[in-house]
Design a protein around this ligand. Structure first.
Ligand SMILES: NC(=O)c1ccc[n+]([C@@H]2O[C@H](COP(=O)([O-])OP(=O)(O)OC[C@H]3O[C@@H](n4cnc5c(N)ncnc54)[C@H](O)[C@@H]3O)[C@@H](O)[C@H]2O)c1
Length: 491
């Protein structure tokens, strides 16, 4: 599958039947004798061609313009069907091909495409049909919306076939996979963007813009999370293909889904672009809920018996990351506890702070002067009226121009459409994408690194520098529409 790569360890011919395994166990069973399981490696790159040296810097790289972006989609479950709907509404995107292992998913997707006057080629019914989609001459960009363990093998193959890639979160499930993405993107000069839609949330874009203008001063600390009660969804037989999400949660222990809260904070802190992660420590609670739920369901339905007595992930995982410039990030993951949804989204700097949950809030030091602290104790966020003023003043151009339309079209309140539109607009206008392969590799690898720390009694684990030193000179990201904004939408 990957010519010239000595770590040709993902034998895709071995994928058959592997969907009953977790990401890590699937990978292990795909490895060839003698291959190094770098998911266990603490920090360093395990000996790639060009070891120690970046092959080509994909940060800031602008690929040649495409007038029309011809799109292929793999995986048309909950997520893929949403991306398909968006691609059908973007005027200069053409859906060339779609693939799902389940024929019924293809039928539904084909019907929506036909309604919009498009007739994509279809692939279905076999585990490797997606390779044929990747091999098509008439595809420029491939969306990958399959279970986690398939993301990297599919992304690598697609890039090897000369296609840009948009891959769902997380882009990889091991550190080794992250390196594979980096190496392949650098070698092929194809984009590998992770679809971290939360980077396009209106609050996240507002605070990114404020941070860029220096409103919060030097950023010192961030707090991020994925706290989402998915207990019932994970045990629901109809929700995810072949119970893939439950299987991941049954055997891995750490932060399995780190990127949603983490991505926007990394953008604000210029991680990979002026700062880098240095090390992390991670602690998991015990499992109080998933094993009990498996037993409860198995008592009535034999389907659940294989899940009884699985180790199950500790219900809440808390990690702390330290950066080279001395900043800290607290990161949590909890998808079982009965509590309201939260990504926290706190950033705290030398001049102020902002936090999204439970309610969007901003704090500005110069509006609470220390000299007046008796009269006006500096303990309150700005008033709702002041928040609105700040929002109006600092919302970036992209939100002003497209925010309402994106919210109407939808997908997590508009952030999904904003991301998809912006990605196509960048490809058409020859602009670098907002998230590069180093972001995908790093934000995803944090999951595997937390597993390592948890398994080692919460010891510190070094974070690899996927940019191989270029973090110090890479330019920070600015999500705007300057140089673009030419892509149309069918409303
Ligand atoms: N960014 C977000 O907000 C967000 C939200 C939900 C899910 N996701 C991500 O999207 C991805 C998919 O999640 P989902 O909820 O859509 O899961 P899902 O189970 O509904 O969809 C996965 C699809 O992949 C297909 N598939 C499996 N193996 C395949 C193969 N070999 N070839 C072709 N198709 C194959 C399945 O038939 C299924 O339709 C996950 O990575 C998840 O983390 C992201």
């Amino acid at each position: 599958m990957m010519a010239n790569n000595r770590r040709n360890f993902l034998k895709l011919s071995g994928l058959a039947g592997l969907m009953g395994m977790t990401g890590t166990s699937m990978l292990k069973s795909c490895m060839q004798p003698g291959d190094n399981d770098a998911s266990k490696s603490k920090s360093s790159h395990p000996g790639l061609p060009g070891e120690g040296k970046q092959l080509f810097n994909m940060c800031g790289y602008a690929a040649p313009k495409l007038d029309t972006v011809r799109v292929g989609l793999i995986g048309l479950g909950n997520r893929g069907i949403l991306h398909l709907g968006h691609m059908l509404r973007i005027k200069e995107a053409q859906v060339a091909a779609i693939c799902d292992i389940r024929p019924e998913k293809i039928n539904a997707a084909q019907a929506s495409a036909e309604k919009m006057g498009q007739q994509p080629a279809t692939y279905s019914g076999g585990e490797y049909e997606w390779k044929k989609l990747c091999e098509r001459e008439d595809v420029d960009l491939i969306f990958i919306c399959t279970p986690w363990a398939l993301h990297t093998p599919m992304a690598v193959y697609a890039m090897e076939q000369g296609k840009h890639v948009c891959v769902e979160v997380p882009a990889s499930v091991t550190v080794e996979q992250s390196w594979q993405l980096v190496e392949t993107s650098e070698r092929t000069r194809k984009y590998c963007m992770m679809l971290e839609n939360v980077c396009y949330g209106f609050f996240e874009l507002l605070t990114l813009n404020m941070a860029r203008k220096g409103v919060f001063g030097d950023i010192i600390h961030g707090e991020a999370a994925y706290i989402h009660d998915l207990l019932i969804a994970n045990f629901d037989k109809e929700e995810y293909y072949n119970m893939w999400r439950l299987r991941e949660n049954a055997e891995r222990n750490g932060n399995l889904y780190p990127t949603h809260g983490l991505g926007p904070i990394c953008q604000i802190m210029n991680i990979n672009r002026g700062d880098k992660m240095d090390f992390l420590v991670s602690v998991s609670s015990n499992d109080f809920m998933m094993g009990a739920k498996a037993k409860e369901l198995a008592a009535k339905d034999a389907f659940y018996k294989p899940f009884v007595d699985k180790p199950f992930r500790g219900n809440i995982n808390t990690s702390v990351i330290k950066t080279s410039r001395g900043r800290t990030i607290m990161l949590q993951h909890d998808v079982t506890s009965p509590r309201p949804y939260s990504r926290i989204d706190l950033i705290s700097g030398t001049k102020g702070a902002a936090m999204q949950y439970p309610k969007p809030a901003i704090y500005l030091a110069d509006e609470h002067p220390a000299a007046d602290w008796r009269k006006q104790p500096p303990h309150d966020w700005v008033s709702p009226e002041r928040y609105k003023e700040l929002e109006k003043k600092h919302s970036p151009e992209i939100v002003k121009k497209l925010g309402d339309l994106a919210a109407r079209i939808g997908g997590h309140g508009g952030k999904d459409f904003l991301m998809n539109w912006r990605t196509i607009d960048c490809l058409r206008n020859g602009l670098p994408l907002d998230q590069d392969v180093y972001d995908a590799a790093l934000w995803s690898a944090v999951g595997s690194l937390t597993e390592q720390s948890v398994s080692q009694g919460s010891n510190p684990v070094a974070v690899p520098d996927f940019t191989r030193g270029s973090w110090n000179k890479n330019k920070s990201v600015d999500i705007s529409i300057s140089g673009g904004g030419t892509t149309g939408v069918v409303v």
